[in-house]
Unconditional design. Structure first.
Length: 461
């Protein structure tokens, strides 16, 4: 929806920094800039707060934006990451101007549940708030005036006064601040943060769904929640997750004869060439693959006392059925690059989360390389392999094609080899490979079984 440039400011850990910087640098979105601020640099500023919210320390980072963000940044729109916009975000700057004219420093939408009235759960001690309180999923901050007002001292004073754990992270503390300092607050129209929690009152905010400007999936159930109009909102989610992200490149580059291109920032230089009458020729020839490393949850833990080996492979959607057998044969870490469309990526998520084999594994890094909008029919095997290799977290790799099935226990065997002096001379270990034309074949149990299968023509070299 946007018609203007965007600058994203992320407070993140090193993993999120790697993922997001890789994604944005390969996406080539015009007039988009990104900045990162290490969360570890600001953890000690919120250490006085005992937070029981599932977001952990990240749920408190909105409190330190006056400290973390650069001094030249005078105002910001602060968002939760579980938001979907249905309109141009720049409309919020107009509300920001209205807020500043009234000398207000914080703009928020009213909380759309009775949580702060204390009527929903009896086992929680509720933080102070004005009425139903305010939701911090969408927040306008006048950073200049907040710095002048000593925002850091204001929120810390409120947090120290209450001396209780936060159930809703920064939202509890900001509501306490507003309770004690009501002159700071400006109310944003409720359709700018329609909250879909279990006990939501958001239906009173709009007469029809077309009035909703921001959908906020603020329930722990996210899109799986069951509410009135939720299917309509879920359709927005599905549209955005399954749409071809390359469209955002082409659309904003204005590939037509009557539009001028927006200035491009944070992108590689397009190749200079002649494309006839096609004004988008350069764009189509500029094969930069949008890349999203660690597409689903990944945790790697070094094996105690032994060097680890990561299996590296690449695949397309039609080889997805190979993953379960591969995961059963190789228990060690894997780094896999998948060449998919956006809609195939969503199908892959469903497969991975519902597979009894894949869903229990957290040591497999799945890295999505998205197909280009203008399909050339090429399979970028070298790029895929390099993406998988770049995201390896071990000193050794086992490079394999996706239709190769390693023998059971080979990971442990390779670890034992590497633990010996044989690995000190930078040797490359050659693993014998055998082929079969049969899709249904019992894997050889041992060397004798393998030789029998060779003699019977079930396998060949």
């Amino acid at each position: 929806y946007r018609q203007s440039s965007l600058h994203f400011h992320f407070i993140s850990d090193s993993v999120a920094h790697h993922i997001l910087s890789t994604l944005f640098s390969s996406w080539l979105l015009p007039s988009v800039n990104i900045s990162f601020y290490p969360v570890e640099d600001y953890r000690d500023k919120v250490d006085i707060i005992q937070n029981v919210h599932y977001s952990g320390v990240y749920g408190l980072m909105k409190l330190i934006l006056t400290e973390a963000l650069p001094g030249w940044l005078s105002q910001v729109i602060v968002l939760d990451t579980d938001m979907i916009f249905t309109t141009d975000i720049t409309q919020l700057w107009k509300i920001m101007s209205e807020m500043k004219e009234k000398h207000k420093l914080l703009g928020l939408v009213e909380n759309q549940s009775d949580w702060y009235l204390g009527t929903l759960w009896k086992n929680y001690k509720i933080w102070p708030a004005i009425g139903r309180g305010f939701n911090t999923g969408v927040m306008l901050m006048d950073l200049d005036q907040l710095r002048v007002a000593k925002w850091y001292q204001i929120w810390r004073s409120a947090a120290l006064k209450e001396k209780q754990p936060t159930s809703l992270a920064d939202q509890d503390i900001i509501n306490a601040v507003i309770k004690y300092n009501p002159s700071l607050h400006y109310t944003i129209p409720c359709y700018w943060n329609v909250q879909l929690s279990e006990h939501t009152l958001s239906e009173s905010c709009y007469q029809h769904t077309g009035q909703v400007k921001v959908i906020h999936w603020n329930s722990p159930l996210k899109t799986n929640i069951d509410l009135k109009h939720v299917q309509c909102f879920r359709n927005f989610y599905n549209i955005f997750t399954e749409m071809d992200g390359s469209h955002l490149r082409a659309e904003l580059l204005y590939c037509s004869q009557d539009e001028q291109p927006l200035p491009i920032s944070n992108t590689l230089e397009l190749p200079v060439a002649v494309g006839g009458d096609d004004q988008c020729w350069e764009f189509k020839q500029h094969h930069v693959y949008r890349t999203h490393p660690y597409f689903i949850d990944y945790h790697y833990q070094q094996s105690a006392g032994q060097p680890d080996v990561t299996l590296v492979a690449q695949l397309s959607y039609d080889r997805l059925q190979m993953l379960e057998a591969l995961a059963e044969h190789w228990e060690g870490p894997m780094s896999l690059a998948l060449f998919l469309t956006d809609s195939e990526a969503q199908l892959f998520i469903h497969f991975a989360l519902h597979s009894p084999v894949i869903s229990r594994r957290k040591n497999i890094g799945f890295h999505i390389v998205y197909k280009l909008q203008y399909n050339t029919g090429l399979y970028p095997v070298n790029y895929l392999r390099n993406v998988a290799l770049k995201n390896v977290n071990t000193a050794y790799v086992f490079l394999s094609d996706i239709d190769f099935l390693p023998s059971y226990g080979i990971n442990e065997y390779l670890q034992s080899l590497l633990a010996n002096d044989q690995a000190s001379q930078k040797n490359a270990f050659v693993v014998p490979a055998f082929e079969t034309l049969r899709y249904r074949l019992d894997f050889p149990a041992d060397r004798a079984n393998l030789l029998d299968m060779l003699d019977n023509g079930l396998l060949y070299t």
